[in-house]
Design a protein around this ligand. Sequence first.
Ligand code: WT7
Length: 651
Amino acid sequence: MSSPEKNITSVLKETRVFPPSADFVAASLVDAKERDRLAEWAKRDPDAFWAEQAKSLHWTKPWTQVLDWSNAPHAKWFVGGQLNASENCLDRHLTGPRKNKAAIIFEGEPGDTRTLTYQQLHREVCKFANALKLLGVGKGDRVTIYMPMVPEAAIAMLACARIGAMHSVVFGGFSADAVADRNNDAKSKIIITADGGWRRGKVVPLKANVDAALEKSPTVEKCIVLNRCNTAVEMKHGRDLWWHDLMAAGSQHCPAEPLDSEHPLFILYTSGSTGKPKGVLHTTGGYLLGSSLTHKWVFDLKEDDVYWCTADVGWITGHSYIVYGPLCNGSTIVMYEGAPNQPKEDRFWEIIEKYQVSVFYTAPTAIRAFIKWGDHHPKGHDLSSLRLLGSVGEPINPEAWMWYHKLIGGERCPIVDTWWQTETGAIMIAPLPGAIPTKPGSATKPLPGIEAEVVDKSGNAVPANSGGFLVVKRPWPSMMRTIYGDDERYKTTYWSHYDGIYFTADGARIDDDGYIWVMGRVDDVLNVSGHRLSTMEVESALVNHPKVAEAAVVGKPDDLKGEGIVCFVTLKQGNEPTDALKAELKAHVVHNIGALARPDDIKFTETLPKTRSGKIMRRFLRDVAAGRQSTGDATTLEDYTVLAKLREDEE
Ligand code: WT7
């Protein structure tokens, strides 16, 4: 990771402002006045503020201290308190009208559907928790979950939480090697999988991958297999067990284990800038408070909302905003198994219309794909049930924001652009939609209780409109506690740049109105003639050209300027890659940003190398641009053939 040596020059100029409608404000949970009150209170007396918020959870034993930071950077929140995340997500909804409310509305890729009420979900979780206990899983044991996006993935997570076992969910798109690495790092005792899952009309062979992974995972004793796709799999005698056999035998009575507030809830592996993935550890009380409170606030949650987050449960977004946050709040969630273009590119819009989704949360990478596929797909559906839209995962280019606002939101839905990280556990910077006018491309302001700031290399706040490093100055409840098995790496990665301050590794700028504009990872900056430019801002300038669908910008060594600017560009359907268009795009960037950012080279390509969560892997593009072979970890790359294709184009 690069250390903060030089400030970043910010060149993105976006002046459009979109206040929420009067109707939205009138019905909103938090309006501007209330937001100011909360923010001021949190600043003045953070302990009292968080203590009050934590009353929204059900504690079986009250805490004695809100925050213990005496052993910084290791925080303890709600010290001495006891609770259970699964009980908070299920049992407490069973005593009132939510008992028969839909918890999960599931849509499989082939079109099969299933709805689980809170009562039904509770029963499934209890039975599965008993099955785990029978297999000898107990408090503190690690359980790997490698499943498709089906309700059983959430059931498995909540069953672990119920008995105090830690889950480690591994995204179903990862390879056998990645599963084995994570099994070994966590020393998992059990793995839960399925025969397969549906993706673009085909079955992803999850069980076959697990079989290969288990050749190299000596700690794993048992493998539980859900029959999702009815495909033939090998069941190893004595090791492999069918989910349905265990459930047929299990009792549905399983009281939730009271757990210490700091009891580990899960490990989630995330890629580091180099080498080995990091096992981010989250604990019970603080994480559950962070995910549920932000879910309620940022999505302005109403009892009758139909809420759909399109992430996979294998990412933190799925943990916090499909499972723990929404279920803790008793919401109805939509869960979809498959690809957005199966059978056609309008599948998401069809689902929204079918289930009358009111709150929709997705990622910029998906939005750019929708733009590329064409406006007729959303236009062919009635999306009037929507009232609020969300974005997460990377900076959203202003043009993608405008498309989302117009085509999906019908110019009536506020967009909450939510900045956070696997490490932060919950949303940190985002508009409270009834309280703050939005600006396309800005996540607006930190939530009450979150002291995020943009600082220079010495840790001083930067003046308005100059770039700097995004940091968080006070501990917050849902912060990660350590990197599992590597506390040194936790300390050096996040806490060694500034004393007692959390380093996010993102660059950002604050504008005259105090809005934060996140520019992406500090690693993703160009150094052109002494100016540190954010690659994302040059990309935004390209994407606002009408013919461009997506762009990735990297630097290549340049004797004169330090770095030259190389742009990889994907065109919208129906546009020809010509030299004239290259010249036009260069001029377009100069027009939007200035001569400083004139691209040295434009390369047209049909696809870009991305991680499985949709982030562009600029590290590989830098190698292509510089004519080098790529070294280093490629296991997080979604499609290996993309690199080979980019290289061929070079020759
Ligand atoms: C990194 C964290 C947050 C859950 C999904 C990704 C980038 C995320 C935004 C946003 C600008 C964003 C940052 C951050 N990022 N959301 N709204 N605006 N950048 O989690 O894989 O841990 O990645 O994603 O660079 O540090 P993650």
